[in-house]
Design a protein around this ligand. Structure first.
Ligand code: ADP
Ligand code: MG
Length: 686
């Protein structure tokens, strides 16, 4: 239950005085539903005004604030002509205040002749006169709410003016409870941070980074605290130690020898899963490094120990490919492997669910469906999460209810996750790296080519295909809608079909599962040779005969995404090429980013650059920027502050009495404030 002291912050904005139904939509559009949303809706920038005593031509173009006396109202009488109001500064210099449209009546009332007023706005020149069009503020001298020298400029939506937004913020600030401090006192002092109440207040009144940092830190702290609480709860519930017998692993027939890196990582994982402390390990390895094999080894250990293992893939295509691949490798072993995705329905699904419940299915591969409510396992001991950056606290809690104890968790990614992001997504976790590719791989050669040379590129594709090889053609990502993505891909396929006929296939995210699989399978079998795709092929898909990757409008993709796409080729013995087609006109940054792709194959370096350029949302979640686990903290703040928050959370729980002491009580508020009460729920057992 949320502590009462926070109730005012969770009250609906709608209930605030003066918020009519007209504002509901614009506010909702900005995600401003509760008072606290308004408080955390920070100014995007500030308008600075210069306070002046007298009117001066030198200030034309500046935002000024000054006291004037209203001298005269003049209108031509025509409804369409603007109203001009003459006013004078203390020295008698004139300014014309100009009002267009229907603002005239209002302006006359605000500016009665003979009265003194403080006005602010941008000083213009109109012919020989100094003028101000629609002053931002007009207030009587001494009246409350007179404009400050700095005015916040808020992010807005249609139907909401900056002034109104400012008023809402001011009104919301009246609901501020006085919250006790949850930040470690010495940290607060060292950073010179204000208390929560004061920081929220100031953030709307002055442009000061320290306040923003403090408030962002709170969010990071709540995140880290929740992570630790979940981890502690899981440790307490324990995992089942997996001690394999070797009887399956030894019978596994591989067509190659494991690399040194694979062997090392397997040993690390086996060390972990032999413990009763649930494993939480991140396995990083560039595309093609052979992560699946490592996962398979761990899964086999679980089966040897009489338990079950599950592997979660991010897409249907990838789940099917993993399933097919594992089935092949496991042929001849007494192992029952099954697949479960949203598409398995009816009897088939029932049979799989039964097999999982009675333990006759040993390994399950699938999409998110495998951890759904209805799926029960007899003895799930290990879960492998492949290429899935959005496996957060709630998914982990869900998973923890699936096993007899808490299942060991192995998270695999080809997009190296910088420590700051790993902390944010998973909390403290162990990490393994496969830093060596299997022998015999030639690095992919990357070239950047302008869109204008499309005909040459198509000729190149023709040569490639007639040599019996296959190619991918990835179409531009159109931000606004999936439909336009689709249109682009289909249009491109149409054009390529004119030249290459039936060799061309199309796959995109809107296709129904079976349809998509059919297209992929034909391509994998080599029946089609040029696969035109939207980014659905991004992760994992393995087609060794495809040695040419073309990415159109490459400048619109994230670098990590490009690296993933490039990783689709270079999987066979053949030398592979990746052509990044850039739009005709691109800026300096875009140019530099593409140059980096050409320069390096180092996924780690690319991910770091990408993080700098595109923010955390890109790496942690879906493609839409801004989709980050944090609403308040910016990517820079995450990078700068998350490990501090991690330390702070650890100290609080390990040294300073946990959530029971006075600071712990305050920290609880912080968890509720950021709606990370999942962390608290774990304390109540269950
Ligand atoms: P990723 O790390 O990108 O998931 P995969 O596990 O899909 O990589 O492996 C890529 C390819 O390399 C697969 O075809 C796999 O069979 C092969 N492979 C894995 N390990 C080795 C190895 N030690 N030697 C040679 N080929 C390997
Ligand atoms: Mg993989």
């Amino acid at each position: 239950m949320r502590p009462d002291i926070l109730n005012p912050l969770f009250a609906e904005v709608r209930a605030m005085k003066g918020v009519g139904p007209g504002l509901a939509k614009p506010l909702e559009k900005l995600g401003l539903v509760r008072i606290k949303d308004v408080l955390y809706h920070f100014p995007a920038s500030w308008t600075y005004r210069k306070a002046v005593q007298r009117l001066d031509v030198a200030d034309v173009g500046s935002n000024i604030i000054l006291a004037v006396t209203v001298m005269d109202h003049r209108s031509s009488g025509s409804a369409r002509a603007p109203l001009r109001i003459y006013a004078a500064d203390a020295e008698g210099n004139y300014i014309t205040l100009t009002f267009f449209g229907r603002n005239g009546g209002w302006a006359r009332k605000q500016l009665p002749v003979g009265e003194a007023r403080i006005i602010s706005g941008k000083l213009d020149r109109y012919g020989d006169e100094l003028q101000m069009v629609h002053p931002d503020h007009i207030v009587a001298v001494g009246e409350a709410g007179s404009p400050g020298l700095a005015e916040p400029v808020y992010p807005l939506s249609e139907g909401l003016t900056n002034k109104r937004m400012g008023q809402l913020a001011t009104a919301a600030l009246e609901h501020l409870p006085d919250l006790p401090e949850w930040i470690e006192p010495s940290l607060l002092t060292a950073r010179n941070w204000a208390g929560w109440n004061s920081a929220v207040n100031q953030v709307h009144h002055k442009d000061d980074e320290a306040n923003r940092d403090r408030l962002a830190y709170d969010e990071l702290f709540s995140n880290q605290l929740a992570m630790r609480l979940v981890r502690a709860a899981m440790d307490q519930r324990k995992a089942v130690p997996i001690a394999g017998t070797g009887q399956l692993v030894d019978r596994l027939q591989l067509p190659f020898a494991l690399t040194g890196a694979q062997q090392r990582v397997i040993a690390e994982i086996e060390g972990d899963i032999a413990q009763s402390r649930p494993m939480l390990r991140l396995l990083q390895g560039d595309v093609g490094a052979g992560k699946t094999m490592v996962a398979l080894r761990a899964l086999l250990r679980a089966v040897e120990a009489g338990m079950q293992g599950a592997m979660l893939a991010p897409t249907e295509i990838l789940a099917r490919q993993h399933f097919a691949g594992l089935q092949k490798l496991l042929a001849g072993l007494p192992i029952n492997i099954a697949i479960l995705t949203g598409r398995e329905k009816g009897k088939l699904r029932e049979a799989t669910l039964m097999g999982l419940a009675d333990g006759s299915i040993h390994i399950l591969v699938g999409t998110h469906a495998i951890f759904q409510e209805a799926v029960t396992y007899k003895a799930l001991a290990l879960a492998v999460i492949d290429e899935q950056h959005r496996f957060g606290v709630s998914q982990r809690l869900m998973l923890s209810r699936k096993g007899r104890g808490v299942p060991h968790l192995l998270v695999m990614t080809a997009t190296p996750i910088p420590r700051s992001l790993a902390l944010a997504a998973y909390g403290e976790m162990d990490s393994s790296q496969i830093d060596e590719l299997p022998p015999g791989r030639t690095p992919v050669e990357t070239r950047v080519i302008s869109q204008e040379r499309l005909p040459e590129i198509v000729d190149g594709v023709a040569r490639h295909l007639s040599a019996g090889k296959q190619a991918f053609w990835v179409c531009p990502l159109v931000e606004e809608s999936e439909n336009s993505d689709l249109a682009a891909a289909e249009q491109r396929a149409e054009m390529l079909r004119l030249r290459f006929g039936e060799q061309v296939a199309v796959v995109h995210g809107r296709m129904k599962g079976p349809e998509k699989d059919a297209v992929m399978e034909r391509f994998i079998r080599g029946e089609t040779r040029l696969l035109v795709a939207t980014t659905v092929i991004e992760v994992g898909v393995d087609v060794p005969n495809a040695s040419l990757m073309i990415v159109e409008a490459a400048d619109r993709f994230g670098l990590a995404q490009l690296h993933q796409l490039r990783g689709r080729v270079g999987r066979g013995a053949e030398k592979s090429v990746c052509l990044l087609i850039r739009s005709a006109q691109i800026g300096e940054t875009a140019r530099a980013r593409l140059a980096l792709m050409r320069e390096t194959n180092d996924g780690f370096r690319i991910a770091e650059e990408d993080l700098k350029l595109r923010g955390a949302g890109e790496l942690l979640g879906t493609r839409q920027s801004g989709d980050s686990p944090f609403r308040v903290a910016t990517p820079e703040q995450v990078r700068a502050l998350i490990s501090v928050a991690a330390d702070d959370a650890r100290l609080l729980l390990d040294r300073d009495g946990g959530l029971a002491g006075p600071r712990g009580e305050a920290a609880r508020l912080c968890l509720y404030l950021f709606e990370r009460d999942a962390g608290i729920a774990t304390l109540r057992g269950g």
